[in-house]
Design a protein around this ligand. Sequence first.
Ligand SMILES: Cc1cc2nc3c(=O)[nH]c(=O)nc-3n(C[C@H](O)[C@H](O)[C@H](O)COP(=O)(O)O)c2cc1C
Length: 318
Amino acid sequence: MTFVQVDAWLRLAALAPSPLNTQPWRFRVTPSHIELWSDPARGLPVADPAGRERTIACGCALLNLRAAGAASGCDETVEPLPDPASPDLLARVRLAEGPADAALAALAPAIERRRSTRRALEHEPLPAGLLEALAAEAAAEGAELLPVDGRAAREALADLVAEADRRLHHDPAWRREQARWIHPGRTADGLPASRLGGRALRFLVGHFDFGGTSAGRDEVFVLHAPAVVLLGTPGDEPLDWLRAGQALERVLLRAALHDIHAGYLQGPLQLPDLRERLAGAFTPGRMTQVCLRLGRPVEPPGPRRRRPVAEFAEFVPA
Ligand SMILES: Cc1cc2nc3c(=O)[nH]c(=O)nc-3n(C[C@H](O)[C@H](O)[C@H](O)COP(=O)(O)O)c2cc1C
C-alpha cells in the first residue's frame, strides 16, 4: 500500500452516502492495514440514538474502500469489529496485491456516479432484471432486498412514512438536530440549503413543523416510484448494521451503473414502534435497516460535498 494509493482509496471511500451527509467515519492507516472507525462526534443523537444509521453509513464507506482496492488489483482481508473493547473500531482492512474480487472491482466505476436524490423520479420502470441483480448484491453481503410491490402494499408503506414525517417534524429536538446540518457555515458536509438561502432555510427547519408538507410529498414518492425496496438483516446488532451498510452500497453502486439512483424513506425506521410495524408487515423475520425508492431522478444532483481526506484520516508511520 503506497501513500498515494491509500489516499485515492480513502477519497473514494468517503464518497459513500450518510444521513444528513454527516460523513461519520475516521480512518487510521498503518503500514500493514487500514482501520475504519465510527465517529460519534458526527452522530445524530436524536434521530439515531443507537448509532445504527451511523454504522450503516460507515459500512457504505467500507464497501467503497473494498471496491476501490479490488479495482487496483488487491486482495482483501476484512476483520469486522475486531476489538470488543473498542466498539467504534468497525473494521480492520488489509489490501495487498493478489487475486482481486472481480465482482467488487466491477462496481468501483460507479462510486463517483452514485448520488442520492430528494426529488421526484421519472415514471419509467427499472431496466429488466435489475431488481434481481440488486437483490443478489445485497445477498452477497448477508442482507435481503425486498421489493414493495402492488397498490395495497405501497399504500400501507406510504401511511407509515407519512405518519413518521408528521411525528418527527413535530419534535423540536429532532428539528433542531436537522437544522444543525443545514447550516450556511458548512460547505464540506451537511446538506445544501435550498433556493431560500441557507440562513432562512435553517431557521425554518429549526423552528416550524413542516411534517404535513413532507408527509404529502413522501406519500406521492412512495406511491409513484418505479421501485420501492426494503433492506433487511437477520439481526439488529452493530455487525448487522455494518453488513447492511455494505449491502446498501453494493445495491446503490450496481443501480448507479444503470443511472438509477435512490431516495431515502427512513422516517419509520427512526421511530421504534413504526419500525416494528414496518418489519412485521414487510420483512417478517428480518429487521428493516433501510427503505429506498429507486429510479431515474428528474433533475441532476447538485454539487457534491465532502471533507478532504486529511480531515478524517490519520497516517501512522512505521
Ligand atoms: C443510513 C442513511 C440514511 C439516510 N437517510 C436519509 C434521509 O432520511 N433522507 C434523505 O434525503 N437522505 C438520506 N440519506 C442520504 C444522504 O442525505 C446523502 O447520502 C448525503 O446527503 C450525501 O449525498 P450523496 O449520497 O448524493 O453523496 C441517508 C443515507 C444513509 C447512508
